[in-house]
Design a protein around this ligand. Structure first.
Ligand code: C5P
Length: 216
């Protein structure tokens, strides 16, 4: 029997990886860490103080203060905070500090589910299962718009689409830990899938890995 299960999920903004990570964590009874929140928390602290997002020294101090047990998902979820997070995420020293905290979380004895951009490649290269979740930029923009509207907000689809493309470029093009699938990641394109179908597909991948591990 496998006593511990570590699942690494990566993918671009609004790919559905967060929902998938939460569903998998529930299903396999594992703790879940949305690592995007750690970068968002740093960005939020700089914004709150009115400091520029490229102030590396202050971003490093903010990163040290991030407490994984005390992150306000609701307050950090704004679209603009995500955009700001991708700017502080290019600072290597910020990444080093946050990655240390994320690895501590991943080292829990029973395992965990972590989602982000560099989980399979940098944070947990030895994860038992790696998923790389994608969807076309158009589909992701549509999902983000419905998400914003569902929470009573308004937004412009074309603007969201250009934000998403810009964020993809920044996340995939940065020098330190760019977003890309680990060589051993299972690719899951959810462009034409419902959440339910994506969850079933992800579960089949995890169960397949578990069965192999258990010698079935
Ligand atoms: O996933 P989320 O949209 O919350 O992430 C916000 C930003 O944080 C991303 O666009 C990315 O630049 C950064 N990030 C990262 N590495 C992670 C998670 C998020 O660089 N593991």
């Amino acid at each position: 029997m496998l006593t511990s299960l570590l699942i690494a999920i990566d993918g671009p903004a609004a790919s559905g990886k967060g929902t998938l990570a939460r569903r998998l964590a529930d299903y396999y009874h594992l703790p879940h860490l949305d690592t995007g929140l750690t970068y968002r928390a740093v960005a939020q602290m700089l914004i709150a103080k009115g400091w520029p997002l490229d102030d590396a020294a202050r971003a490093v101090e903010a990163a040290k203060l991030v407490d994984l047990g005390n992150m306000d998902r609701e307050g950090l979820s704004a679209h603009g905070v995500g955009e700001a997070a991708s700017k502080v995420a290019v600072i290597s020293e910020v990444r080093r500090i946050l990655v240390d905290k994320q690895r501590d979380f991943a080292r829990r004895p029973g395992g965990a589910v972590l989602d982000g951009r560099d989980i399979g490649t940098v944070v947990c290269p030895d994860a038992d299962v790696k998923l790389y979740v994608t969807a076309s930029a158009e589909v992701r923009a549509g999902r983000r718009l419905r998400d914003i509207e569902g929470r009573g907000g308004t937004a412009d689809l074309a603007e969201i689409l250009s934000d998403i493309r810009r964020r993809d470029e920044r996340d995939m093009g940065r020098a330190d830990s760019p977003l890309r699938p680990a060589p051993d990641a299972h690719l899951l394109d959810t462009s034409d899938m419902s959440i339910e179908a994506a969850f079933r597909a992800a579960r089949a991948i995890v169960d397949g890995v578990l069965a192999t591990r258990n010698g079935a």
